[in-house]
Ligand binder design. Structure first.
Ligand SMILES: Cc1cc2nc3c(=O)[nH]c(=O)nc-3n(C[C@H](O)[C@H](O)[C@H](O)COP(=O)(O)OP(=O)(O)OC[C@H]3O[C@@H](n4cnc5c(N)ncnc54)[C@H](O)[C@@H]3O)c2cc1C
Length: 406
């Protein structure tokens, strides 16, 4: 088959490495370099990371199964939690090792993909209006590019700066300020640590709340979600208020966007991407697959597993259920989330469900089970982040594994 892959980030590279042995591939990448998010760009319109960002997963968990994230991709200053340049070097070496570079069309944006009902394939059109036919398409365009900016009442009355973590590059902009960070997930935690070195006080605000409610830094405190802004005062959901705020930083995540696909094919409402069977395949168009939709995951190994599952579907090694059965499974999943009062923008969150999710895909295509060490390290890494959000990157893998007794 001829397969078009949109994106040469980690997900697109994973898909290409799995599919290349049985298919002809073209990987379309709008940038002039591979690596996606890890291709650091100082311009926030082009990139998402800040210069000092280090991974929040130990490098062993960042490795594709067949290509260790060894010492040559790390350095003494970053240890087991590499910087973004280390990850880019790793991905570049992986693409070379897998022989993928010649399949990538750089500086080529995919503008649209449209189904061809008779052949069950797709016409792909690039930004320069070149058209090509593909039997199948893999969408691996990432979902950390368009900031999600939930509304807060009175936002327009705020006289200070409101920004999103995507735009953060340097803590000096917050020197001596009282800064509110909205969002307590990984970015909120990391930015509170970065900015507290310069700011007078950092108020970390969010309904989930970290599992550890105190910070080792005396000028970082935890609070409920903001609900209203009035001038420099921010009112919170627990009826308290914080005054004299100079800046607000949204660490509220990103929107899924697929500008090259009609919303009659894929709908994104409140960040729920639908319809997708197993979060991968379109039930009406089983030659259209999405790699990397779930979040709160160990990304690289998950991408490989999803890609291997899709390869098995294309190769006929795994037979999909009937279209109606897939649609019913999707509908049941949505209903069960609604019954549990889970908001649509959390439907793709995996967290602790990553293990069972990967196992179910592997079971479908009859692959090797995920090694126990992977699960242990994932759990221990999570625990060490929760225990010490400011200091977990000082640990090595041996110390991390010691967090959870067997
Ligand atoms: C702040 C932050 C920190 C993170 N830290 C970690 C971490 O420590 N460890 C970890 O494993 N993960 C981390 N992640 C998750 C990270 O997103 C994944 O590791 C991984 O990079 C996602 O890969 P991807 O291929 O899905 O998306 P991306 O890396 O975004 O790649 C998508 C690619 O598609 C291209 N593209 C998009 N649209 C088009 C188009 N129309 N035509 C052609 N090309 C297109 C883009 O240019 C890009 O190269 C972090 C994410 C964020 C935001």
């Amino acid at each position: 088959m001829r397969i078009g892959i949109i994106g040469a980030g980690a997900a697109g590279l994973a898909a290409a490495s799995v599919l290349k042995s049985e298919h002809d591939l073209v990987v379309f990448e709008q940038q002039d370099q591979l690596g996606g998010l890890w291709n650091y760009r100082s311009d926030p319109d082009l990139g998402t990371l800040y210069p000092t960002l280090r991974t929040n997963l130990p490098r062993e968990l960042m490795a594709f199964w067949d290509f260790p994230f060894g010492d040559k991709f790390s350095d003494s200053t970053t240890g087991d939690f590499p910087g973004h340049r280390n990850v880019l070097n790793y991905l570049t070496a992986y693409a070379e090792y897998q022989g993928l570079i010649s399949s990538i069309k750089f500086s080529t944006t995919v503008k649209s993909i449209t189904p061809e009902p008779q052949s069950r394939g797709w016409t792909l059109t690039t930004g320069s209006n070149q058209k090509a036919f593909f039997d199948a398409i893999v969408v691996a365009n990432g979902h950390y590019n368009q900031p999600r900016l939930p509304e807060i009442k009175g936002r327009q009355t705020f006289p200070g700066t409101i920004t999103h973590s995507k735009n953060y590059r340097d803590p000096s902009a917050f020197r001596s300020q009282r800064v509110m960070i909205w969002g307590t997930a990984a970015s909120g935690q990391d930015l509170s640590r970065e900015i507290s070195g310069e700011a007078q006080q950092v108020f970390l605000s969010g309904n989930q709340g970290p599992s550890v409610k105190t910070s080792q830094r005396s000028n970082v405190s935890y609070h409920a979600d903001p609900v209203k802004i009035d001038g420099h005062t921010v009112y919170l959901s627990d009826k308290t208020a914080i005054s004299h705020i100079d800046s607000v930083i949204y660490c509220t995540g990103y929107n899924y966007v697929f500008p090259f696909l009609s919303n009659e094919i894929i709908d994104v409402t409140d960040n729920l991407v639908s319809p997708l069977y197993k979060d991968i395949i379109h039930p009406e168009h089983p030659t259209l697959a999405f790699i990397g939709i779930p979040y709160l995951i160990i990304p690289f190994p998950l991408f490989i597993t999803q890609a291997a599952w899709f390869a098995a579907v294309l190769g006929g090694y795994h037979k999909l259920p009937a279209r109606q059965a897939m649609k019913e499974e999707i509908a049941q999943k949505i209903t069960s989330f609604q019954q549990k009062n889970i908001k649509p923008w959390h439907y793709h969150r995996l967290g602790d469900l990553q293990g069972p999710y990967m196992d179910s895909l592997i079971n479908d295509y009859g692959g090797h089970p995920v090694p126990n060490r992977f699960h242990q390290l994932a759990k221990s890494a999570q625990l060490s982040r929760q225990k010490d959000p400011d200091g977990f990157r000082k640990l090595n893998v041996r110390q991390i594994l010691a967090q959870v007794p067997e």
